[in-house]
Write a protein that binds this ligand. Structure first.
Ligand code: FES
Length: 83
């Protein structure tokens, strides 16, 4: 198992009920408004992933920032242990 450490993200998904709209998912792990971007990526060289949600639903946003299906959890976090 690998260790992963971000300032504000986590090694499990953020499960949220969301309404239709555009969402900017934090890909760098430094946002204080997880799982969404707050602009804190400036010095990381990374950018948010913007997705449009078309209907009200429960979304499992990736918290480990390693999903192959970002911004959604695909179970990749199970390879990591909390650092
Ligand atoms: S939190 Fe599940 S793949 Fe990232």
């Amino acid at each position: 198992m690998k260790k992963k450490k971000f300032s504000y993200a986590q090694n499990k998904p953020f499960t949220l009920d969301v309404k239709p709209g555009k969402y900017a998912w934090c890909s760098c792990g430094e946002s204080r408004k997880q799982p969404f971007c707050d602009g804190n990526h400036e010095e990381t060289g990374m950018y948010p992933v913007v997705v449009t949600i078309t209907e009200e639903q429960t979304v499992h946003w990736c918290g480990c920032k390693s999903s192959e299906n970002a911004p959604f959890c695909d179970g990749t976090h199970q390879k990591f242990i909390d650092a």
